[in-house]
Design a binder for this molecule. Structure first.
Ligand code: SAH
Ligand code: SF4
Length: 348
C-alpha cells in the first residue's frame, strides 16, 4: 500500500467532484465513481466499466481503495460470526466483525487502533492507545463486508461502533464516516441502523445531542456508584456518573430518543443487588433500556461472567424500578469476536 495515494473513501461527494475536476473530467464522473464505490462496492478501478480507460488509469495511479491487507480471519464454530484483522499502512492492526443473526447482518466496526480509556475488563483498553482511524479506515471495514455479503446476495443491515476504540474520542472521523454510510445517494444505510457506543465522554455526548443525530446512542455504564465505576473505568474520575446521567437526560430531551445503557455483568463485582438498586434509582423514569451482557473474560483481567441466577436476580431488581432490560448473549465467543469485547448481542 502506498502512503501518498489519496484514499477515495476519505473524500465526501463534494471533494470527489473537485478531485475529478482536477483530473480534467466532467462532474458527472464523480457521480459514476460514487455509485461504483457505494452502490457496487467495487474494490478496483479496472472494473468501473463506464469510465474511460484513461480515467481509470489516472485513478489507479493517484488513488486507492485499500486500507491494508487482511492478515487473519476467524470463523466461529457455528459459522455465524466472522472476525477479520486488517493490517493498516503503518502496521497497526484493527478488527472488524460480521455477525449473522436471523435476517440481520450486523457489523462491529473499529474507530481507533487501541483505546485511551483503559477499562480494566476490556482487551482493547488493556493494549493502550495507538491512534485514531481515518474516515477511510472506518468506511473500508464496512465496504469489505458489504462486498462479501453482496456476493451472496445479502447486505449489511446494522452497524455497531463497538469494535476497538472510543468512537467519541475520534469524533470528527467517526461521525464523518457515519454520514458517509448513511448518504442516500451512496451506501444509504438508515441512520437508525448505526449504533454509536461510548464509555461516557460527557462533552462529546452533549455535542452529539446538540447535533440531533438519528444514530442511536449506547452508553457503557457498567457500574452505578463512582466507587465501583472508578475501579473498572479510569475515565470515570474525569466524568463521573452524575455528569454522565445529566448528559444522558440532555440527550433524551434534545432528541426525544431512547438511550441504551450497556452493562457487562462481572460475577460478585457489579452484579450485586446493591448495584442493581443504585442503577434502578439512577435510571428510574428515563427513556432508556439496559443491555445486560455477562462479561467476556479477557487475559489481563481476572473477572468472570455472572451466573445465570445472578443475571436473573439483577434483572428482576431493576424491573422493580420500572427499568427495562434485556439479557444479551455473547456471539462468536469461541473466536473472541471483536477484541474480546461485547461483540454481538442478540436477544435471548
Ligand atoms: N469504547 C466504546 C465502544 C467500544 S467497546 C465503549 O466503551 O462503549 C463496546 C462495548 O464492549 C462496550 O459496552 C464495552 O464496555 C464492552 N466490553 C468491553 N470489553 C468487554 C468484555 N470483556 N466483556 C463484555 N463487554 C465488554
Ligand atoms: Fe475503550 Fe470501550 Fe474498551 Fe473502555 S470498553 S477501553 S472505552 S474500547
Amino acid at each position: 500500500m502506498n502512503n501518498h495515494l489519496i484514499n477515495l473513501y476519505d473524500l465526501n461527494f463534494a471533494e470527489l467532484t473537485e478531485f475529478v475536476a482536477e483530473l480534467g473530467q466532467p462532474a458527472y464522473r464523480a457521480k459514476q465513481i460514487w455509485q461504483w464505490l457505494y452502490r457496487q462496492y467495487t474494490p478496483d478501478f479496472a472494473s468501473m466499466s463506464n469510465l474511460p480507460k484513461s480515467l481509470r488509469e489516472k485513478l489507479a495511479a493517484n488513488t486507492t481503495l485499500d486500507i491494508g491487507p487482511i492478515i487473519a480471519e476467524q470463523l466461529s464454530s457455528d459459522d455465524q460470526t466472522k472476525k477479520v484483522l486488517f493490517q493498516l499502512a503503518d502496521g497497526q492492526q484493527i478488527e472488524a466483525v460480521l455477525m449473522r443473526y436471523e435476517k440481520r447482518r450486523t457489523l462491529c466496526i473499529s474507530t481507533q487502533a487501541g483505546c485511551a480509556m483503559g477499562c480494566v475488563f476490556c482487551a482493547t483498553g488493556q493494549m493502550g492507545f495507538f491512534r485514531h482511524l481515518s474516515v477511510a479506515e472506518i468506511v473500508a471495514q464496512v465496504m469489505h463486508f458489504a462486498r462479501e455479503l453482496a456476493a451472496e446476495g445479502e447486505h449489511v443491515t446494522n452497524i455497531v461502533l463497538m469494535g476497538m476504540g472510543e468512537p467519541l474520542h475520534n469524533y470528527e472521523n467517526t461521525l464523518t464516516a457515519v454520514d458517509r454510510l448513511t448518504d442516500p445517494a451512496g451506501f444509504n444505510l438508515g441512520a437508525r441502523k448505526i449504533t454509536i457506543s461510548t464509555v461516557g465522554l460527557v462533552p462529546a455526548i452533549r455535542r452529539y445531542a446538540d447535533e440531533k443525530r438519528q444514530t442511536p446512542l449506547a452508553v457503557s455504564l457498567h457500574a452505578a456508584t463512582d466507587a465501583e465505576r472508578d475501579k473498572l473505568i479510569p475515565v470515570n474520575r474525569k466524568w463521573p456518573i452524575a455528569d454522565i446521567i445529566d448528559a444522558c437526560h440532555y440527550y433524551v430531551e434534545k432528541t426525544g430518543r431512547r438511550i441504551t445503557f450497556e452493562w457487562a455483568l462481572i460475577a460478585h463485582e457489579n452484579d450485586t443487588i446493591e448495584q442493581a438498586q443504585a442503577l434502578g434509582r439512577l435510571l428510574q423514569g428515563m427513556l432508556c433500556h439496559v443491555n445486560l451482557i455477562p462479561l467476556n473474560p479477557t487475559q489481563q483481567y481476572g473477572g468472570q461472567p455472572s451466573s445465570r441466577a445472578r443475571v436473573d436476580a439483577f434483572q428482576q431488581e431493576l424491573a422493580r424500578y420500572g427499568v427495562n432490560s434485556t439479557v444479551r448473549v455473547r456471539r462468536g465467543i469461541d473466536i473472541q469476536a471483536g477484541c474480546g469485547q461485547l461483540k454481538a448481542a442478540v436477544k435471548e
